[in-house]
Design a protein around this ligand. Sequence first.
Ligand code: 5AD
Ligand code: SF4
Length: 465
Amino acid sequence: MQIEKDKTEQSGHPVADAPSKKVFIKTWGCQMNVYDSTRMQDALEGDGYTPTQDLDDADLVLLNTCHIREKAAEKVYSNLGRIRKLKQQRAGTDRPMTIGVTGCVAQAEGEEIIRRERAVDLVVGPQTYHRLPEIVAKAITSGPQIDTEYAVEDKFEHMPLASAKQVKSRGVTAFLTVQEGCDKFCTFCVVPYTRGAEISRPHAQIITEAKSLVDAGVREITLLGQNVNAWHGIDPKGSEMRLGELLYDLAEIDGINRLRYVTSHPKDMDDGLIEAHRDLDCLMPYLHLPVQAGSDKILKSMNRSHTADEYVSIIDRVREVRPDIAISGDMIVGFPGETDEDFEATMEIVRRTNYAQCYSFKYSMRPGTPGAEMEDQVEESVKDERLARLKALLTEQQQAFNASCVGKTIDVLLEKRGREANQLIGRSPWLQGVVVPSHLGTIGDTVRVVVTKANTNSLMAQAAG
Ligand code: 5AD
Ligand code: SF4
């Protein structure tokens, strides 16, 4: 990031167009937090804050936090300790520092954060970002502010669209939140408590935001939601619609090359969505559909509302209409009550599904969730052992999937420069990073290439034919 020249007059007084203030945002957690951080940045730019990657150069520091697994809050406090020292050095100078905690830890801990770390000036939950500029200004003039009220529809209505310049600065792919919150109450998860009840953004709002992204040069949009396939709305003619139908409407926008969506729940994987995978070329052949565990007993106690067989039959149906689809997922090992036999069932569902890529986690007790109250918590050493075995299987599957791409002709959307000057990096339809020679195109182009080599996490390719 370029540091702006200081426009302060020699007298030390700011000139009329004083240097803009700088905001540094650190983001943890899921893509929705990444999206939220960009929207916070956009909202603050209207108030004269330009982004910086340099903590030392920031007037405003925001930590956009995640609460999904243990120690998340502890990480926030240890970061705050370091930032407090910077703030103390700046006290009394003409550039005091303001510190804010946003996101799911802010929602879950509220004023406790300010009680524990007095350097914090504002605590803002995920549903109030549209009020952020106002809250920051108030914190600067009147002292600490806490805002963790739920009003998620409000947020989307009042967040300004990103300007073309802001969108361009972030590249040719973009996230777009269409759904937020969760009513599923899986017994391990804090999201229903931190992000609130499921809400869907209105159809017109989504189409408007998607069009403005595409007008600014975005070629790939990933729709986001904690339960993205629970999205529902009303089309302009007044009919009920679900995510599959929304995808058909988005596919009509001129200039959209690629659509994706994350994260889905098996219960909401309806026929319309599966048909969209059959019909829409721009809907990428990639499905992130977490199952979490393979034993029906554990799935029941997780309150997942489906069995292992039901999950596998959804995957079969999707593969029937889109045989080349890459399946991705999330797995938890060591949920309370998980026996060796239950864990073997997790290994078995992984074998049956054959993932292109899958995240795996040790169960982590979250205060306030039913899982934390359950007896039969699994010992840490057992979780470690199971996770290692599961990860080995998943890596094997991922490597096999990547190896199966070698020799294939694929389209790659070029996203950024590579490590070497003569390389560009893009994504395959299946979301793998692909390194291509830079003479094949420029960022934003979709180029046709042949995959020449597979690594565990990426592919190499050359010009096709
Ligand atoms: N412990 C471990 N993993 C969890 N996840 C959610 N809550 C927990 C928890 N308490 C995982 C799930 C979810 C992903 C985003 O994080 O696999 O799909
Ligand atoms: Fe973390 Fe979930 Fe919050 Fe995303 S929604 S930041 S994953 S707790």
